[in-house]
Design a protein around this ligand. Structure first.
Ligand SMILES: NC(=O)c1ccc[n+]([C@@H]2O[C@H](COP(=O)([O-])OP(=O)(O)OC[C@H]3O[C@@H](n4cnc5c(N)ncnc54)[C@H](O)[C@@H]3O)[C@@H](O)[C@H]2O)c1
Length: 282
């Protein structure tokens, strides 16, 4: 499959990182969001991140300029019609992704692959919204996208081997390492990570240790680059709670119940780094 022009829906944290790595690898990118101001913010973030790579000698100044020039920001989704591959990285809400997948299925050529960067929504359900379920797949990048090597490649129930092989190859062309996973709540990454973060919250709630102490145990004892509560604040406590609820609902085991302290903090609007307060103050 010859992929040259890539469409990306959603230009937030993940969308701009995904646009960055595709453009840096020579692909022409059509980056779509609902408002111009989100696209401007994404372009400014990509400019700064590419500049940092240039300053560190990872790319040249010309490569930085060429990468930025390959990105076409659009608010009109119709401009994705001639893309050879589309990845959706919009807000993590099933209704939003439903509308996007139905529309992409209508807009794009029937043979092209539609991928989602979702962290927790079923790829099988997204695929079933389209007339091409064998061409729908999860391509789960990690934040910050230009830095993190992993792509979790998630097969929905109907995803074909051809689609899987194409996305694995595409990930390698982006200098990422694809890991194959089958569709299940939280895939592998969040199914294993979120219960760890949730249990760290229980330890704080029960007075076993302070957030600082829990994080020190993981940094110094397990060589984690950041402790679980710092990481939870970084991901966003609302996002952590949503994912715990997906695991609880999808797997039905009480071991996935969200920590009551997490629920209370989200109710209070303490969402972590982005709101200025979580397990730490920012
Ligand atoms: N943030 C992470 O660490 C992370 C990691 C892996 C995967 N993800 C997944 O990536 C996706 C995006 O997450 P994010 O953190 O970048 O969110 P974000 O809130 O930073 O960005 C989402 C963007 O989608 C846009 N959007 C919403 N509806 C749209 C529509 N109909 N058409 C086009 N754009 C639309 C929003 O305007 C926003 O710019 C989610 O599915 C999330 O689960 C996030």
């Amino acid at each position: 499959m010859d992929i040259q022009r890539v469409g990306i829906v959603g230009a937030g944290t993940m969308g701009n990182g995904i646009a960055h790595v595709f453009a840096r690898s020579g692909y022409s990118v059509v980056l779509c969001d609902v408002e111009q101001k989100f696209l401007e913010r994404a372009l400014s973030t990509m400019g700064k991140n590419l500049e940092r790579e240039a300053a560190r000698g990872k790319i040249t100044g010309e490569e930085k300029a060429a990468a930025l020039a390959r990105i076409q920001p659009v608010t009109d989704r119709g401009k994705l019609a001639d893309c050879d591959f589309v990845i959706e990285a919009a807000t993590e809400r099933f209704e939003i992704k439903t509308e996007i997948f139905r529309d992409l299925d209508r807009l794009t050529r029937p043979e092209i692959i539609l991928a989602s960067n979702t962290s927790s929504i079923s790829i099988t359900r997204l695929a079933a919204l389209t007339g091409r379920p064998e061409k729908v797949i999860g391509m789960h990048f990690f934040n910050p996208v230009p830095v993190m090597k992993l792509v979790e490649v998630i097969r929905g129930l109907a995803t074909s081997q051809e689609t899987f092989a194409a996305v694995r190859e595409l990930s390698m062309k982006l200098d990422k390492t694809p890991v194959e996973v089958n569709d299940a709540p939280g895939f592998v990454s969040n199914r294993v990570l979120m219960p760890l973060l949730n249990e760290a919250m229980y330890a704080v709630m029960e007075g076993v240790a302070t957030p600082e102490a829990v994080d020190e145990v993981f940094k110094l004892g397990m060589a984690h680059p950041m402790g679980p509560l710092t990481l939870a604040d970084f991901i966003g406590l609302d996002v952590c709670l949503d994912i715990m609820r997906v695991l609880q609902g999808g797997l039905g085991d009480s071991k996935y119940r969200p920590c009551p302290l997490l629920i209370k903090m989200v109710d209070a609007g303490w969402l972590g780094r982005k709101s200025g307060r979580g397990f730490y103050k920012y």
